[in-house]
Design a protein around this ligand. Structure first.
Ligand SMILES: Cc1cc2nc3c(=O)[nH]c(=O)nc-3n(C[C@H](O)[C@H](O)[C@H](O)COP(=O)(O)O)c2cc1C
Length: 242
């Protein structure tokens, strides 16, 4: 919803009758009616309880709560605090996102009452992902402390893998550099890394759960492993309690 041509995109989505659409980075409410008329399931991404209640009241079919562990544009709350506080207050399906990279995370989300998870970073490191191999390799090589947030002070936070660009950005931010200078540094970085392969001056958007990502697996392998691990984790937790 940050795109200037969002209205045209929504019209195209309605025309093509896609099964469902997730809406983020803007106000999704004005589009609910059109999507409903076209029988398309609308799933907005929300960063807090107030917005979760609002989109539910306005007709969202399900919602995604995304914690600040996530890769890309982020809010301020963590996934655990969102699951704790949003799930009991909402009656439509809640999908948890941010920091899920294996089956134990899936099991944890289900135990917290979520209806499912959305994972981004884990699938960046997949065989099918069309991003530049340099960017995909960065995800596999990176560990738990290797991400940085740019734009936090401007209220436009984006999490990605630390590199020369993020170091320079933080340095400029500390010096209270003018907005234009920060903007020039960040402009085009979401193309430079995944498309051009420049992982030092572009941004490999990624979440914090990186250490468990050890290889570029196929999506089928990732999902099957997650389900297998989640089943094991759920059984272990239940045995432990009993
Ligand atoms: C490279 C990358 C690009 C993303 N782009 C978008 C986007 O365009 N729109 C959106 O709603 N979420 C976007 N996300 C967020 C994901 O949909 C998802 O919520 C997030 O990755 C979950 O956290 P995780 O990265 O820890 O799995 C992006 C995430 C990544 C890693």
């Amino acid at each position: 919803l940050m795109d200037n041509d969002k209205d045209e995109k929504i019209d195209l989505i309605c025309k093509e009758k896609v099964a469902f659409v997730t809406l983020g980075a803007g106000n999704p409410v004005p589009y609910f009616e059109k999507l409903k008329e076209a029988k398309i399931i609308a799933i907005p991404v929300v960063p807090n309880l107030k917005l979760a209640k609002r989109v539910e009241a306005k007709g969202a079919d399900a919602l995604i709560i995304e914690g600040m562990e996530a890769g890309g544009h982020i809010g301020k709350l963590t996934t655990l605090s969102l699951m704790t506080q949003v799930v009991p207050e909402i009656n439509i399906p809640v999908i948890a996102a941010g920091g899920f990279a294996d089956g134990r995370g899936l099991a944890a989300a289900l135990i917290m009452g979520a209806s499912g998870i959305q994972a981004g970073t884990r699938f960046y490191a997949s065989k099918e992902c069309t991003a530049h191999i340099n960017a995909k390799k960065k995800i596999v090589e990176a560990g738990d402390t290797d991400t940085e947030i740019t734009g936090y002070l401007r209220g436009h936070s984006v999490r990605g893998i630390k590199n020369k660009m993020t170091e320079k950005y933080i340095e400029l931010e500390k010096e209270h550099a003018p907005y234009e200078q920060l903007h020039d540094l960040i402009a085009g970085t979401s193309r430079k890394a995944p498309i051009d392969g420049n992982v030092e001056w572009g941004l490999v958007q990624a979440g914090q759960s990186l250490s468990v990502i050890k290889a570029l697996d196929s999506c089928e392998e990732i999902i099957n492993n997650m389900i297998k691990e989640a089943n094991y984790a759920l059984k272990k937790a239940s045995d432990f309690l009993n």
